[in-house]
Design a protein around this ligand. Sequence first.
Ligand SMILES: Nc1ncnc2c1ncn2[C@@H]1O[C@H](COP(=O)(O)OP(=O)(O)OP(=O)(O)O)[C@@H](O)[C@H]1O
Ligand SMILES: [Mg+2]
Length: 243
Amino acid sequence: MDRAPTGIDGLDELIEGGIPRRRMVLVSGSTGTGKTIFSAQYIYRGAVDYGEPGIFVTLDERPSTIREDMLQFGWDFKALEDKGMIRIIDGTVTKVGIPSEEEYALPETGFNLDKLLVEIIKAVKEMGVKRLVVDSLPALGFKYDTEAEVRKAILKMSYVLAKTGVTSIVTTEIPENAGVYSKYGVEEYVADGLIVLRYGALGGRATRTLQVRKMRGTKHSEFVHPLEITRERGIVVYPIEEV
Ligand SMILES: Nc1ncnc2c1ncn2[C@@H]1O[C@H](COP(=O)(O)OP(=O)(O)OP(=O)(O)O)[C@@H](O)[C@H]1O
Ligand SMILES: [Mg+2]
């Protein structure tokens, strides 16, 4: 099977080399667990290490904040945007209702999933995009009433994305210790993979962990792995033996 290496140290070994191409993987976690860094690292390393153009659709944080924060890890998004290797699509404007200062943005009014997909298809054609991130799914603000409708919307997204040939990561938020994997409780069934990030405090210092909860077509690790966010390498995942 053809796979997209995530570029996250220690993770590809846990999933037989990477995410199956043209699939959609959900990265789920409560606030501050590293979902945005994970996503940005996937796009950045994809461009730099594997020469694969990527799109980062941001719905939570302004693009300028992302550029600034990722520079902390030495990841120069701006330089790669200038080279046409990365495109950040500003989707935050749909929530605040004022026009974006960004070159690529979603319309500030009347946002819907179809408009987002059209924007993505356009970018795929223009840049030969191989990787895509949507951060985050709940920020799309589904105004659907039933679980079935949310499920349908996400399924549509994964169908369209698969057709474009991109391998995608979509983040979703969950309340701490909620005992669920996703916001709507249905995303994980539709997605081809589910990676769970956790932040736990047991006594002393809080520990971060990563668990591959599902990865279709893949014999993945069955363990909960320690994770660190480092200045030098961004997110690093450790083998369980080192605990
Ligand atoms: N340069 C850095 N070095 C080490 N750790 C960092 C660095 N920058 C951020 N972090 C850690 O990462 C956390 C933020 O990660 P990130 O923004 O990816 O989380 P998130 O899951 O997307 O959260 P949110 O709910 O805000 O979207 C910070 O709270 C901090 O603990
Ligand atoms: Mg985030």
